[in-house]
Design a protein around this ligand. Structure first.
Ligand code: DUC
Ligand code: ZN
Ligand code: ZN
Ligand code: ZN
Length: 483
């Protein structure tokens, strides 16, 4: 059985051109004029792009006394409905739990996925066991390791653990990821706010100002430089951390920044909504920021200072959010966005003229595939690549609403927003999952995608050789008198 996508414009991270795309055996078999196949998908007026990759999701994650509400089944359904054909989720050992044990838990959950997936491994504590198991994790095709610099007393690692783990990741040829917020300061500010009677969701934003993110991002960059490891900073929400990443890049450090679609399009005023539920539903870390920071994130995408757009999809129902009534620190942190990332970025990025369609492909797919060593199997429209494709109709419109979403939660942070630009077809390894705009996907179709380490080359760090391989100082003799 072959499928041909006809009469569309192929749009990749560097080119746009008219061509048909032929798919056989789940892969792209040919790209050219006048191709024929058993099944024909009409792409007239549409753009044929690599399917989106969301590098940052949390499916059914145990967190803050509950589990995030979307699992691999509903979450990947939401992904496909919005044109995303691969997610990278975080396998999260609780402190004290082995990495391989956590991996087993994630493997048990991910079998229901509708689209392909990979994992990052979180390092939430440090021991010889963790050190040893990291090598095994890399052998299993997981080459990126996430560290929380916040969530003190739970997931947070201290600087000694961060440095040790970063060195290990570097030696294994992987990349280090950080959630960069100063967890000690957040804990202090939270305690003070509560003691002063600030219990509502708006206090969440006050407890995590941009400085805590800027400080931690700078620290992570310096620690990564000393450890000799490439660094990927998740959910960059403000100018303070963006500036640190920009500077590191200019210094030749291999550092990438990931803003979220939520931070690009929603601002801190959401926390001052008089409706408690409205505000609490938008509590996530880092919190939404003001316009100055949003402009900085858009500028980062335009300049290349920031590389990818993710969601940190970590959805909680209103009922779960209400665990935090009377104490904002107990509101489960997280928002959804998987189904809306591509249409929202197209609407607010491409339709406004901030991003070209090619830049859109880069930040939603190709850059991610390159950073995570998935390219060109994923993130490409090339012969031999997986046929993870989205046929994008730039004229299709809808109003985002929880009533028609795939996610399991009862609201949507983008409720009421009009988007223009939606998938007409989404294909996962050649199988049509969205047809004429309607979801038609299969539970269990998704497969784990193993990744190779980046290797020891191209670390592009400033001082790692000097710092990791100290040489004894040569002296001609012992000084005659004490110095
Ligand atoms: N931030 C969130 O908002 N949710 C999950 C974890 C995180 O870092
Ligand atoms: Zn995080
Ligand atoms: Zn996250
Ligand atoms: Zn998160």
């Amino acid at each position: 059985m072959s499928t041909v996508i006809r009469n569309g414009t192929v749009v990749t991270a560097d080119l746009s051109y008219k061509a048909d795309v032929l798919i056989e055996g789940g892969k792209i078999a040919a790209i050219g004029e006048g191709l024929t196949g058993d099944e024909v998908l009409d792409a007239t007026g549409c753009l044929v792009m690599p399917g989106g990759i969301d590098p940052h999701t949390h499916m059914e994650m145990p967190f803050m006394g509950t589990y995030s509400a979307d699992d691999f089944e509903s979450g990947t359904r939401a992904a496909l409905a919005g044109g995303t054909t691969m997610v990278v989720d975080f396998a999260l050992p609780s402190p004290g739990q082995g990495l391989l044990d956590a991996l087993k838990m994630w493997d048990n959950k991910s079998g229901r996925a509708h689209c392909d997936y990979s994992y990052h491994m979180a390092v939430t504590w440090w021991s010889e066991q963790v050190f040893d198991e990291m090598a095994e994790v890399v052998k299993r095709g997981i080459t990126s390791f996430k560290h929380f610099m916040a969530y003190k007393g739970a997931l947070m690692v201290n600087d000694d653990e961060l440095f040790a783990s970063f060195r290990r990741v570097g030696d294994l040829g992987g990349i280090a990821l950080v959630h960069a917020e100063n967890g000690d300061v957040v804990a202090e500010l939270s305690a003070q706010l509560l003691a002063d009677g600030n219990t509502g969701p708006e206090a969440h934003a006050y407890s995590r100002p941009p400085q805590v993110e800027g400080e931690a991002t700078n620290r992570a960059i310096m620690v990564a430089d000393m450890a000799g490891v490439p660094l990927y900073v998740v959910h960059v929400s403000c100018e303070d951390s963006h500036e640190a990443i920009r500077r590191a890049k200019q210094q030749g450090k291999r550092v990438w920044g990931e803003p979220l679609i939520q931070h690009l399009t929603l601002d801190e005023s959401e926390y001052f909504n008089p409706d408690w539920d409205h505000a609490a539903r938008r509590v996530m870390s880092p919190p939404f920021r003001n316009k100055k920071h949003q402009d900085s994130l858009w500028a980062g995408l335009q300049s290349g200072g920031l590389s990818v757009v993710a969601t940190d999809h970590c959805a909680f129902t209103t009922e779960q959010k209400r665990y935090g009534v009377g104490d904002f620190t107990k509101i489960p942190n997280g928002t959804g966005g998987l189904e809306d990332r591509m249409p929202m970025l197209w609407t607010h990025g491409v339709n406004t003229g901030r991003l070209t369609p090619n830049e859109f492909v880069a930040v939603t797919s190709t850059n991610i595939a390159k950073i995570l060593n998935l390219y060109p199997r994923k993130g490409a429209v090339l012969v031999g690549a997986d046929a993870d494709l989205v046929v994008w109709d730039p004229e299709a419109e809808k109003t985002i609403s929880a009533g028609s979403q795939q996610s399991a939660i009862d609201y949507n942070v983008f409720e009421g927003q009009k988007v223009k630009g939606l998938p007409r077809y989404t294909l996962t390894r050649g199988v049509v999952a969205v047809r004429e705009g309607a979801l038609d996907s299969r539970e269990g179709h998704g497969k784990f995608v193993a990744r190779e380490p980046r290797g020891q080359v191209n670390r592009a760090l400033t001082k790692w050789k000097d710092l990791t391989a100290p040489r004894p100082v040569e002296r001609s003799g012992i000084p005659a008198s004490g110095v």
